[in-house]
Design a binder for this molecule. Structure first.
Ligand code: MG
Length: 263
């Protein structure tokens, strides 16, 4: 099942997403994509996904991120390939809807895009083993942009502020609960239509079972929590007026525009 969340006249609703000849459409609303058998209410006519006022399709209690998880990206920043996963958080206040505006704060000189594949946790998970079957713990997959104030990341010595500004976590446009976790998922990021990142999860330093084992050895993951799995090589700065798109075949396109903070 593919679903989105959007603002309707009646308030926020979940929409069931289907592939049509001319792109993705919403054909029905869902009471909850988390129910074992969600109640589906058909719409009078399909609506194009791109025409909807989309919201983040997830409401995580926490957003756990992995730094330097692609070999080529670790190298491009001059870092060693890490021996263990490097974890950090983004606050839920940084979430941004598809189509929303990434706001560059005046204190940051350089604000980078980082296209990422994101895992939506489906079941409470603690102390998993890398050899466990992780499928029951995964609700689905979506896309994220781990927007980063690169100069502040270096200056602060830790990453809380650099990764945590409001609007620095675009997510969506959909969640796919049946997305096949194959070893070579292709991820691209375009800025103003120009290809800037083209990675494959085959380049992961730590695969998802290894990450879940490492994370849940430390703390419990809850349903809805989000795991951002790292970014491939090609990160670069965004300036006001840019349009940035993260895409993975089957998960759609997460597009956001960029503006400088006013006032
Ligand atoms: Mg990242």
């Amino acid at each position: 099942m593919k679903y989105c969340r959007y603002q309707s006249f009646a308030g926020p609703v979940y929409g069931l997403v289907h592939e049509a000849a001319d792109g993705w459409v919403v054909t029905a609303t869902l009471d909850s994509p988390w129910a074992e058998e969600p109640a589906v209410t058909a719409l009078p006519e399909p609506m194009a996904l791109d025409d909807l006022a989309l919201l983040p399709p997830v409401a995580p209690g926490k957003i756990v991120c992995v730094g330097r998880n692609y070999r080529d990206h670790a190298k491009e920043l001059g870092n060693d390939v890490p021996a263990e996963p490097l974890l950090f958080w983004k606050p839920t206040s940084s979430l941004l809807a598809p189509g929303g505006t990434i706001v560059r704060p005046p204190v940051a000189e350089r604000v980078d895009f980082e296209g990422e594949l994101a895992v939506v946790i489906g079941r409470r998970a603690r102390k998993l083993l890398a050899t466990d079957d992780i499928a029951p713990y995964i609700h689905g997959f979506t896309l994220a942009n781990d927007v980063t104030a690169r100069d502040l990341q270096k200056k602060d010595g830790q990453w809380t502020r650099a990764k945590g500004f409001d609007t620095f976590c675009p997510v969506g446009p959909i969640v796919d609960t049946a997305f096949p976790l194959s070893p070579g998922i292709s991820l691209e990021t375009h800025v103003n239509g120009e290809l800037r990142q083209h990675g494959s999860t085959a380049d992961f330093i730590f695969d998802i079972p290894t990450l879940l084992a490492y994370i849940t050895a430390a703390f419990t993951l809850e349903p809805g929590d989000l795991l951002l799995t790292g970014t491939p090589a090609g990160v670069g700065p965004l300036v006001a007026g840019d349009e940035v798109t993260v895409s993975v075949p089957g998960l759609g396109r997460l597009t956001n525009v960029v503006a400088d903070e006013q006032g």
